[in-house]
Design a protein around this ligand. Structure first.
Ligand code: E4P
Length: 217
């Protein structure tokens, strides 16, 4: 499973990148706003840091403008994945940019049928939003499982990028289902290493080690 980091904060990406945990990055207009950075500048910096796909999202609502924005974003670096919303204009943009050889991430996916359309339009990634479905009492993980079944039934190569991840359990559950990629905030990825029994076990080992009076270094 690939790990993408869902942020436009360079320091947070760099910290996880140094640990080998970053296979790609996703951003969106809200994350760019939070970073306080210029979209073109910060996206370029992220692309220079990370080898894998870096999603940068278009903000126009009409296909012609989306396509123009997508082409401009794609010029930032070879590893840009143009992110488009799951609307007919977004799907048209996906088809055209995919045919031109660009990676496209179709975002804001909330149903299996939407995911089917994205695959048919040549998307590199489909981004189903787990957390936002959970927020309205619909099981987001069920959507990941449905898309996995549908894509496997027909051999679609579009990668399932489980998004809107809020908890560590979202990550392990998406992995069990076979999502190709998760994108999660840095804080959630860092929590993956936490376990109270690890902390308790380490404390006990340290206590016993101190009693030996030994040193390794
Ligand atoms: C994915 O690409 C989105 O940027 C992101 O996962 C949305 O997450 P949120 O629902 O927590 O805002």
């Amino acid at each position: 499973m690939k790990f993408f980091v869902d942020t436009a904060e360079i320091d947070a990406i760099a910290e996880l990148h140094d640990l080998g945990m970053v296979d790609g990055v996703t951003t969106n207009p809200s994350l760019i706003m939070k970073s306080g950075r210029d979209i073109l500048e910060v996206t370029k910096e992220i692309c220079d840091l990370v080898d894998g796909p870096v999603s940068a999202e278009v903000v126009s609502l009409e296909a012609d403008d989306m396509i123009a924005e997508g082409r401009k974003l794609a010029k930032i670096a070879d590893n840009i994945a143009v992110k488009v919303p799951l609307t007919w204009a977004g799907l048209k943009t996906c088809k055209i940019l995919s045919d031109e050889g660009h990676m496209v991430n179709v975002t804001l996916c909330f149903s299996a049928n939407q995911a089917l359309l994205a695959a048919k339009s040549g998307a590199t990634f489909i981004s189903p939003f787990i957390g936002r479905l959970d927020d309205i009492n619909i099981d987001g993980m069920e959507l990941i499982a449905d898309i996995r079944d549908i894509y496997d039934n027909y051999g679609f190569e579009t990668q399932i990028l489980a998004a809107s991840i809020r908890t560590v359990n979202h990550i392990s559950d998406a992995a069990k289902i076979g999502a190709d990629v998760i994108t999660a905030p840095p804080g959630v990825i860092k929590k993956l290493a936490d376990h109270p029994l690890t902390d308790a076990g380490l404390a006990a080992f340290m206590k016993d080690w101190a009693k030996t009076g030994q040193k390794i270094l």
